[in-house]
Design a protein around this ligand. Structure first.
Ligand code: GLN
Length: 308
């Protein structure tokens, strides 16, 4: 079959299966299998593809038709211009969350310490460290499987010498040990991960705490798309009866772990701006503000802890 024929077969199959954005996913999976890009459909649509490529594509299209998320089939998701490995143990990084990272970056200065609560794939913390100088970070999560994924992402994206567990444990890959450290990108041991139920095992103080907690009200979970409901970890989605369970705990429990003048950044659902900013104000945060995503919806709440 030609490239164009394969694409149309994929698109039709996904449309029949009711997959949203069938055209896009058919094209992306074809590009994934063939190692091509978006121009190939226009320029090389008539080119014959191998039987092996066709078989691989048909397998992926069938799986996507079963509503397995695209990112679980390719194993990756782009976020902040970096490629994160994902699996069923972590939330697939969302573009909306880039707004949280950008907001935090505006307030991040050289040498700061960052805590990423509910780190999941590590996408928030790893992006913050990648785009800043000389900062250090801890990613906390209750799920050991999520932490394994986050560690693999940190190793690949920040380099082994940036990873504290490799520096401490000595299992660095050949030539990537402490002596291979080069400049700030590789600053030794500047990222670490901690298995912790929220702040239970967190020690010390941070200049910035960022968090994208589970925030979907429990009653809304059954109405989510099958890709999310059946394939993403429930523990990364379910925010309790009113969706605010984790915000209450985080806002109350973070205080001993924030420096005076330190900032808290929380991702929120579109209708949680008033409730979450209210929680920050009740708990002594100043300059509480709500930021919007690219759709113009409330997406981030931030505030500064007062001194004293
Ligand atoms: N911090 C991760 C993300 O933003 C995971 C968030 C979560 O599991 N709720 O993608």
């Amino acid at each position: 079959m030609t490239y164009g024929e394969l694409y149309r077969l994929g698109k039709d199959t996904l449309e029949k299966a009711g997959v949203p954005e069938a055209e896009l996913d058919a094209r992306l999976l074809l590009e994934w299998v063939c190692g091509t890009d978006r121009h190939d459909l226009l320029v090389h649509g008539d080119a014959e593809r191998s039987a092996g490529e066709q078989a691989a594509y048909e397998r992926l299209i069938a799986a996507r038709g079963e509503r397995i998320p695209l990112q679980h089939l390719t194993g990756v998701q782009a976020f902040m211009g970096l490629e994160f490995a994902v699996d069923g143990h972590v939330l697939v990084p969302r573009q909306d969350t880039e707004v949280l990272v950008e907001e935090a970056l505006r307030n991040l200065h050289d040498g700061m310490r960052i805590l990423d609560m509910c780190t999941g794939s590590g996408c928030i913390l790893i992006s913050l460290l990648h785009y800043s100088n000389d900062c250090q970070g801890v990613g906390a999560d209750i799920s050991p499987d999520a932490l394994d994924a986050a560690k693999r992402n940190a190793e690949r994206l920040l380099g082994a010498s940036a990873c504290a567990w490799i520096q401490d444990g000595g299992d660095a890959p050949e030539g990537m040990g402490a002596e291979a450290s080069q400049g700030p990108e590789d600053r030794q041991g500047r990222i670490s991960f901690l298995e912790s139920d929220l702040f239970e095992r967190v020690e010390g103080k941070f200049d910035l705490i960022v968090c994208n907690p589970p925030y979907i009200p429990s009653g809304e979970i059954p109405g989510l798309m099958p890709e999310v409901r059946e394939h993403e970890p429930l523990s990364a989605l379910d925010g309790g009866e009113d969706g605010l369970f984790f915000y209450r705990r985080i806002v109350e429990e973070c205080r001993p772990h924030l420096c005076g003048g330190g900032m808290l950044f929380l991702e929120i659902g579109y209708d949680q701006g008033a409730a979450v900013s209210g929680l920050l104000e009740e708990n002594g945060f100043l300059e509480v503000a709500v930021g919007k995503d690219y759709a113009g919806l409330d997406r981030v709440v931030c505030g500064t802890l007062g001194f004293g």
